[in-house]
Design a binder for this molecule. Sequence first.
Ligand code: HEC
Ligand code: HEC
Length: 374
Amino acid sequence: MKTHALTWSLLAMALGAAGCQREAAQAPAADTAATAPAAESAPAAAGPAADPALLTQAQALFKPIPDQAPALPGNPVTADKVALGKMLFFDGRLSASGVISCNSCHNLGMGGIDGVPTSIGHGFQKGPRNAPTVYNAVFNIAQFWDGRAEDLKAQAKGPVQAGVEMNNTPAAVEATLNSMPGYVKAFELAFPGEAKAVNFDNMAKAIEAFETTLITPGAPFDAFLKGDARALTADQQTGLKLFMEKGCASCHNGINLGGQAYFPFGVVRKPSDDVRPTGDVGRLTVTKSKADEYSFRAAPLRNVAATAPYFHSGKVWKLQDAVTIMGDAQLGATLSPDEAEKIHLFLHSLTAPIPDVRYPELPERSDTTPQPAG
Ligand code: HEC
Ligand code: HEC
């Protein structure tokens, strides 16, 4: 689950009207310590009342973000676990260098991303892909552009060990965490009754629990789906109609408008080698099936206006351009500049205020805490 701090200027843009204010819907209950109480305010109308048929059609394809994430199989979410997961998310000491945290590449104040084409990790190495947002990730069917991690718990173990990301080992992470009494206590609170509460698996579980609080239920589009026929501007309503009629919604649907299934990038026309570099064959490496060559997960589009640059290559900076490329590559439909513009305005209605995450106090090192390994 995720959200972002995007804020009033973009939000006002999304609403298409000055002075409209919306507050995040209910803060997820599990993160009471991390999330400030959400204020409810009656949303001001952004546009004219939509045709009821448009609303019905949209409700059949998309779902609003719930106020709370679904339960995690085998990992009950408690306030103590969320608090620990938050500490771990912000702690650079999970990395070999001591400075690269999850938040380095998934900046919670900046859409849950790093804002560069492909991530920069250990030793300033450039990774091969763009960092997707952590906001609302809990709603994706599987994690990563190619879906190779089945859930957020499995996902969290990846970057810590990846040479181009945090470059660490489970044993070294456990030694680091065990050396700090503040962490030992936090793990014991989060995993009561476990003999060796500090371990790599529990690290991942705590991070996963924290990520269930990173959801953004307050977008104008959520208000619309919940029945507020005036929540979208007239242009956004037109954009939504186009998004459904042109076929975007056949891949981008559900809660996250994507994140549910895999498709070749270039169903109809091959994108340029710049946008879809030939070296990254996508889901083929996961399934070993030739049919999955250049297949990627349909990108989740929640808060997409805040997560440039776009595509797994991170090569496209303008959302309008990403829309046009999609129309061409996936639908063979050349969208007119006006159509692309309207769809792009609709995509802005997917932008919501982010949860209020207070920076955690991280445990002090002890004399036995391993020193950064370069
Ligand atoms: C060096 C930058 C970097 C760091 C550090 C990093 N990530 Fe990522 N993250 C990425 C990139 C790049 C991807 C996409 C990789 C891919 O799809 O192959 C990603 C993918 C993800 C995803 C999948 C989202 C989706 O929609 O599929 C989640 C969740 C995530 N990271 C959480 C974390 C957590 C938790 C940590 C800390 C333990 C972390 N990341 C550390 C760069 C980073
Ligand atoms: C056949 C399925 C399919 C259709 C139809 C489709 N998309 Fe996509 N979309 C994808 C896939 C797959 C990706 C990920 C591509 C990549 O980067 O590898 C994607 C990525 C995107 C992105 C980039 C998001 C990001 O965070 O990088 C946007 C924006 C987008 N689609 C919008 C649209 C729009 C607008 C339409 C209609 C004009 C559309 N899509 C039609 C499958 C589809």
